[in-house]
Design a protein around this ligand. Sequence first.
Ligand code: SF4
Length: 413
Amino acid sequence: MAAPLLTIGERTEEEPAAPSLELSNDLAEFRSAAGVAEMVRLAGEVLGDPTFPVARAWKRAGGRSVATFPVYTPQELIHALGMLPVTVQGGGENLEITHADALLGSFLCSISKSTLEMALTGRLDAFEGFVFPYICDVSRNLEGIFARSLPGKMTHMLHLPQNFGSAATLPFLIAEYRRLLAKLERVAGRAYDPEHLRASLATFNRQRRLVGELADLRRERPADLSLVEMYLLTRLGSTLPRELHIELLERALAELTARHRKPRDALRVVVVGPFCEQPTLDLLSLLEESGCAVVGEEFQMLSRWYGDVPSEGDPLENLARAYLEAPVDIGVRATPTTKEAGILARVERTGAQGVLFLTAKFCEPALEDVVLYRRALEKRNIPYLQMEFEERSTTYEQARLQLETFVESQLFD
Ligand code: SF4
């Protein structure tokens, strides 16, 4: 039977799909995970469940959580107010879209529809609020639709500067962070305290360094950490309490350092484009099966778009400066460097032999960047392949063929 049509502001009266995974309130399952394999299995189950089992467990234990749409929300602000920040990055392949299609146009990325679908069907009820950074028109409009569809919840659109050279840029961003803080304070039921933000900066710095170590290990010894393992271990950090993720990463890194698998011939590639909507795990596995060793990527940025944030002085200003001064060239962001120099630096830094543009279907910001990146790569004769994906892809024959042809043409020419 066709799903009933909704207008913006209405929610379905259907019961949301029954949660498939119930975690204990203290998330003990993660602490008792015996090793990397068990952590990865658990991560696959948790992240594949569009009812957000970690946020539900957190709520049952009396906590509050705030969801953020990718990419640039400083989740440290949510953490500093004692709440759980969770990145909501689409519904993945397990979510059936039955309502959001009626509200959003056909030529929009899948993540916008699956995120709205989850809101309309009660799957996001564990969250007290939603933050949408203004990364594109789709994200901006989602904030408005959420505000009307979930009137009892806090929603906020975070404006980000595009001009990095003006004297007004830093005060503007600090003011924007303060606007967000004011709403978060109401949700948290407590006032912002710079000391708490300093502690949060230290926690996020630690998490960022560990994720960096995982990425280094992957770049230096790609055979010892599969792409799917790395992806799941990293993405857990966008949903777990950050302190727990830090514990897991420390244990995982100790185990992985002792791993020594036989390396195999593969084309070292940097994957560019999937900073927002995420490819399926099957597509990630296919990259490796086809002979790619992914030595650089932007699947799960967490807060890797800047380095350590100092805690001395005004922590809010430090956070704003970190965003403005980070030479990170992922999409939907003007940067202090140019896009062309950025892609070349990434290739050089990772020792990549080629670039794979993996762009979400209908993601205009990612597609626009490809034009600039390609020009830079062509000048240096660096090979690249461009492919589109959707978070709900199920067939990969064409992708396999494209990938295998690309790899063979570079490895065996
Ligand atoms: S996938 Fe692209 S177009 Fe869609 S919300 Fe993300 S950045 Fe915007």
